[in-house]
Write a new protein. Structure first.
Length: 167
């Protein structure tokens, strides 16, 4: 009887886990970034980081209000990806012209999403673009991680920290 009960509990837990996994339609997460300057951020993410624009859309004022996103302010979104593949993470870029906020010098200076990590096959090309565009690397980066990969830390135009990790 005890063995039967344990087996039933195991099966129920397994079925519950399978149900949660089956609720997901797309295994990637879309991230939205509100930039103080759309052009500067777009340039940074496409020309420095190497993302590609894969689409975009507009939100009208009515949907902005009904959805609770903007309170009625319309806006445009550019969709950027590291690779133009269906399940690549979408980095949605929008701007309302808000003034740039103080971002802090280290990740613990503010709450909220503070950094993203991008894994690269090689950091050589992005490091050259960083240098060519006079973007400051933070800390003592680039540094080598114990597994031999390189670690570079920079900030985007609005202060989001970006970890770049690769050979």
């Amino acid at each position: 009887m005890k063995r039967l009960f344990t087996t039933l509990v195991f099966l129920l837990c397994t079925l519950s886990l399978c149900q949660a996994q089956n609720e997901v339609d797309n295994p990637s997460i879309s991230i939205a970034m509100i930039a103080s300057d759309m052009d500067a951020s777009y340039d940074f993410y496409t020309n420095i980081i190497g993302m590609v624009e894969t689409g975009g859309f507009s939100i009208d004022g009515s949907f902005g209000e009904k959805s609770g996103l903007t309170g009625g302010t319309p806006y445009d979104v550019k969709i950027l990806k590291l690779l133009d593949e269906p399940h690549s993470t979408e980095f949605k870029l929008a701007s309302f012209g808000n003034p740039k906020e103080e971002s802090g010098k280290v990740i613990q200076d503010k709450n909220g999403v503070r950094y993203i990590t991008i894994y690269l096959k090689s950091t050589a090309e992005v490091l050259q673009r960083i240098k060519d565009n006079n973007i400051e690397t933070l800390g003592d980066t680039p540094i080598q991680l114990p597994d031999g990969r390189n670690f570079i830390l920079i900030q985007d135009p609005d202060g989001l920290f970006i970890e770049l990790i690769g050979k």
